[in-house]
Design a protein around this ligand. Structure first.
Ligand SMILES: Cc1cc2nc3c(=O)[nH]c(=O)nc-3n(C[C@H](O)[C@H](O)[C@H](O)COP(=O)(O)O)c2cc1C
Length: 221
């Protein structure tokens, strides 16, 4: 599976098989997280076998996580500039690489317990959100997207192919409550994505930028 297939096939999965991640894959995930931390200066941690983190009243009630016990905790220094956006960007890299390893994921910012989780956070650090990881009971399904005209202010009939590929991938990116509060433009030869603001939109922005860049091969402002 290549990165574009991973973008197409990734959907949030909240029900997992009751089996541990095989040790070889755990080692690969750890190496990937170390690589991301070295590049970004973030402090992501892989936590396995921690069911309590997902054991919250409203998670049972609404969102239906089942056998969710493994996750990546997206942690960084509180004073790091653009902490949320960077967590989104590097978190999505991990999500897509994880999909390519045959696992499934779900971004989780609300329906988990920071207090009960095994994450180790220093006083000068913040836990931004987590990404659940496991072997899905299902593959999830494609989210309903806003129409492309709402999310992209460029005439796609005249836009370069790389830009169209980037837009397609951006529309498939996960966003909190599927809010898709972003706008894509073209400034000269460079793509620019801005956030319309609101809760969790900074994390979303990093995620959407990663999808665009990974599919188009072009950096995003
Ligand atoms: C920053 C962020 C936070 C999220 N928080 C939660 C959450 O707390 N609980 C949950 O069940 N899903 C959560 N999601 C998953 C979104 O609901 C999901 O990505 C969105 O509906 C789009 O669906 P898809 O991921 O299947 O494409 C979150 C997603 C993002 C990007």
């Amino acid at each position: 599976m290549d990165i574009k297939e991973a973008i197409n096939e990734r959907h949030s999965v909240r029900q997992y098989k009751d089996i541990p991640i095989d040790p070889e894959t755990v080692a690969k995930l750890r190496a990937l997280i170390t690589e991301c931390n070295e590049e970004s200066g973030l402090k992501f941690q892989l936590i396995t076998n921690d069911p309590d983190c997902f054991n919250v009243f409203f998670a049972h009630y609404g969102m239906n996580f089942r056998n969710a016990v493994n996750y990546v905790a997206l942690v960084g220094k509180k004073d790091k500039p653009d902490l949320e956006e960077k967590c989104g960007f590097f978190g999505e890299k991990i999500v897509l690489e994880t999909q390519m390893m045959g696992l499934n994921t779900c971004w989780v910012a609300g329906t988990y317990s920071k207090k009960k989780s095994k994450v180790n956070i220093q006083d000068d650090e913040k836990l931004v959100c987590i990404i659940a990881i496991g072997y899905g009971e299902n593959q999830g399904r494609a989210h309903k997207s806003k129409p492309v005209e709402k999310l992209c202010k460029v005439d796609l009939n005249t836009a370069p192919d790389w830009f169209k590929e980037g837009v397609d991938a951006a529309l498939k990116a996960p966003t909190a409550i599927n809010q898709q509060k972003f706008v894509i433009t073209l400034e000269g030869a460079e793509a620019k994505i801005i956030s319309k603001g609101g809760a969790m939109t900074k994390i979303d922005l990093g995620i959407v930028k990663y999808n665009f860049a990974a599919a188009s091969g072009h950096e995003v402002k």
